[in-house]
Write a protein that binds this ligand. Structure first.
Ligand code: HEM
Length: 171
């Protein structure tokens, strides 16, 4: 279960539904400790997709799919995915709270963050668990690697071109 949840977090990190978050202080200027002041009425835009792939927050493997970044063993390490896989196979998984990293924003952050986050993550986990009972996941060797995204109605649309295939377990 921790690995399944970590996989969902990692998918939401690399392929967030909403590409940006916006904030606006209507009445008061915002003064930051750095000395920067944002005037009232200005709209601040946080580019979620860029923040979630930024090396300074996620490390040098920021653009790789590595669910293990959300898991810990007793001994904390920051090795490669392969090294971490070995560590995790011999030890139990401990799932980290993804929101501990301020750069994890698929559900926003702060007082206006998504109230459905926990619900939807459990729902997706249940859906995947039910699918995995009946289907195996295989890489699609015929995929042409075209995974472009487009923006429509402020949502990212991913054209994954079936990199993976679900194959029935009884076949
Ligand atoms: C994959 C599913 C979902 C995603 C990716 C998602 C994402 C988001 C994001 C990015 C925000 C804005 C947060 C911010 O500005 O900091 C938001 C707000 C919100 N979400 Fe979700 N959400 C999802 C599902 C749900 C569900 C299932 C519910 C209700 C059961 C829900 C209820 C809300 C509400 C009420 C807000 C507004 C919170 C506020 O402004 O105080 N969301 N969501």
């Amino acid at each position: 279960m921790p690995l399944l949840l970590a996989t969902i977090y990692e998918s939401a990190r690399l392929l967030p539904t909403g590409p940006m978050l916006q904030r606006c202080s209507l009445k008061h200027d915002l003064s930051f400790a750095t000395g920067v002041t944002i005037p009232a009425g200005a709209v601040l835009v946080a580019p979620v997709e860029l923040i979630q792939k930024d090396d300074s927050s996620w490390g040098s493997d920021a653009s790789d799919f590595n669910p293990y970044r959300f898991l810990s063993t007793g001994t904390k390490g920051s090795g490669s995915a392969e090294e971490e896989l070995e560590d995790f196979s011999s030890a139990g998984f401990v799932l980290n709270d993804p929101n501990e990293n301020a750069a994890f924003l698929p559900f926003g952050s702060g007082t206006r963050a998504c109230i459905g986050q926990k619900y939807i993550i459990q729902l997706v986990a249940s859906l995947l668990a039910s699918l995995l009972k009946k289907y195996k996941i295989r890489l699609n060797t015929e995929s042409d690697n075209d995974s472009n995204t487009t923006l429509k109605n402020n949502l990212l649309r991913h054209h994954l071109n079936s990199h993976i295939l679900f194959v029935r377990r009884d076949q």
